[in-house]
Design a protein around this ligand. Structure first.
Ligand SMILES: Cc1cc2nc3c(=O)[nH]c(=O)nc-3n(C[C@H](O)[C@H](O)[C@H](O)COP(=O)(O)OP(=O)(O)OC[C@H]3O[C@@H](n4cnc5c(N)ncnc54)[C@H](O)[C@@H]3O)c2cc1C
Length: 436
């Protein structure tokens, strides 16, 4: 149970970063996680059809608690949460299950391009696009029906290369073509969270890869929709509550108003790629907190070598190290989220400096996470490796946190760009030829 009155809590979530409204949201989600997710967390990844455990939890979280409208503007009936609010939410849910948390985060992600175009100073064309998309689709997500979103970007041939902004969209194979008053989309996507269950995709396309940014296009495609189909759901090491599969676009036609092309679409894409840095860092802190709580309790009860395991100094160094990384990781994601919420002071999310800071925070916590959770498993002996003791799920969840968002290597490259002109583009001598 999250005790917001303790001194430790106040030190972990300082007033300079977290306001009263965000604190109330955090408490609601902490209590939700304790009540709805914790008691079944060891069974979530075995709910193959999602019908028994996962969908009932998602419905309560997304509809009853209103999380599916978190990234919809207030004037469209949404919650328009701050980034600090979103990060606190992800931390609490990931403490119970990373897959549930990822599902919820990605439904917010699909709205980020339109939310930014609606709120920030973009051109009338970008604003008209955001209006068309919000007018058409926001009412679904603000209703009492369960809906999911998908930011559909990755492709089978290197997803990192698409996220790599130095490539300027030239490796994107999914094409969008304007024919009269319609976009026609062709090609295959792979990996996106919520693919196959989403009602709304934001599809990352290029009209002509050799033109790079000028032909870069974002198009919203609802589902079900003629020409859109999917592959099988991937069976992953963990986080089964997050669905991943391919999406096939076969001459998919949508109205022209649902797509935006060119440098502004590219700017919105770069901001959308940056948006999850504080949120996935918060996920990682939540996963580590969940594992730490299990370990603290177990090692207080289990006696080995004549005393409770946690009283041995060798164990205390592992528990202390986990608490130390949680503390630093939490400070870092809160500070970053606060800076995201104050672009007027700290600059845009897509600036080189903000990207460097975002990736630096993200790689720090996501690389520490699996290594520490595995170390902690030693303290539980064989009991840590068994589902019903609740520890091994954090080990499985932890592995993937550092693979998403182009992975940690890409994160280090982006961090270095703050200091020198590191070239990690996919094109050049010994690499790919630019499309011509
Ligand atoms: C659970 C999960 C959820 C996901 N959710 C989404 C989603 O919602 N939407 C979506 O579109 N995608 C999603 N993805 C895809 C994810 O973003 C990609 O998997 C990720 O970007 C890595 O791409 P890849 O696996 O194709 O790795 P690759 O592109 O094959 O890269 C592999 C490795 O190559 C190295 N590398 C990459 N770039 C360079 C470089 N420039 N120079 C040198 N080395 C390099 C790195 O070590 C990298 O980790 C998800 C993936 C998972 C597993």
């Amino acid at each position: 149970m999250l005790d917001q009155t303790s001194q430790w809590y106040k030190l972990q979530y300082p007033e300079c970063f977290v306001n009263e409204e965000e604190r109330m949201l955090q408490k609601t989600l902490a209590d939700f996680t304790d009540k709805e997710i914790m008691p079944v967390r060891d069974k979530i990844d075995d709910d193959v059809t999602h019908e028994k455990i996962i969908n009932p939890i998602l419905k309560k979280l997304q509809v009853d608690l209103g999380c599916q409208k978190n990234a919809i503007p207030k004037d469209y009936g949404g919650n328009q949460l701050s980034i600090v609010g979103c990060a606190l939410k992800q931390e609490q849910i990931a403490r119970g299950d990373y897959g549930i948390s990822m599902h919820s985060a990605v439904t917010e992600w699909v709205w980020v391009p339109t939310l930014l175009a609606h709120l920030a100073p973009f051109s009338p064309a970008a604003k008209a696009w955001a209006k068309a998309v919000l007018d058409e689709f926001a009412p679904r997500f603000t209703s009492n029906e369960f809906h999911a979103g998908c930011f559909n970007m990755s492709e089978t041939e290197s997803a990192c290369d698409i996220e790599n902004s130095l490539n300027e969209g030239r490796t994107i194979k999914v094409t969008a073509k304007l024919e009269g008053n319609e976009w026609v989309i062709n090609g295959n996507k792979f990996w996106a969270s919520n693919a196959g269950i989403a009602d709304l995709n934001c599809v990352v396309c290029n009209m002509d890869p050799k033109l790079g940014i000028d032909a870069f296009t974002l198009v919203y495609v609802p589902e079900p929709w003629p020409g859109v189909s999917h592959g099988k759901f991937e069976v992953k090491c963990g986080m089964q509550a997050d669905r991943n599969t391919s999406t096939y676009f076969d001459n998919v036609r949508v109205p022209k108003e649902w797509g935006l092309q060119g440098p502004e679409a590219w700017a919105l894409f770069k901001n959308t790629l940056a948006a999850p840095m504080p949120l996935n860092a918060a996920h990682a802190v939540g996963i580590l907190q969940g594992a730490f709580d299990v370990l603290l309790e177990y090692t207080g009860e289990r006696v080995a070598g004549g005393k409770p395991i946690r009283k041995h100094l060798s164990s205390a160094t592992i528990l202390g190290e986990m608490a130390s990384v949680i503390t630093v990781g939490r400070s870092a994601f809160l500070e970053l989220a606060h800076q995201y919420d104050h672009m007027e002071i700290y600059g845009g999310w897509d600036t080189e400096s903000m990207m460097a800071k975002g990736h630096a925070v993200h790689v720090f916590i996501t690389t520490k996470l699996p290594e520490l959770i595995l170390k902690g498993m030693e303290l539980m002996g064989c009991y840590g490796y068994i589902r019903e003791n609740h520890y091994e799920k954090y080990y499985r969840d932890a592995a993937v946190a550092k693979l998403v968002l182009a992975g940690v290597q890409y994160g280090y490259f982006a961090t270095c760009r703050q200091f020198y002109d590191l070239d990690y583009s996919s094109f050049g001598p010994g690499k790919l030829k630019k499309p011509s």
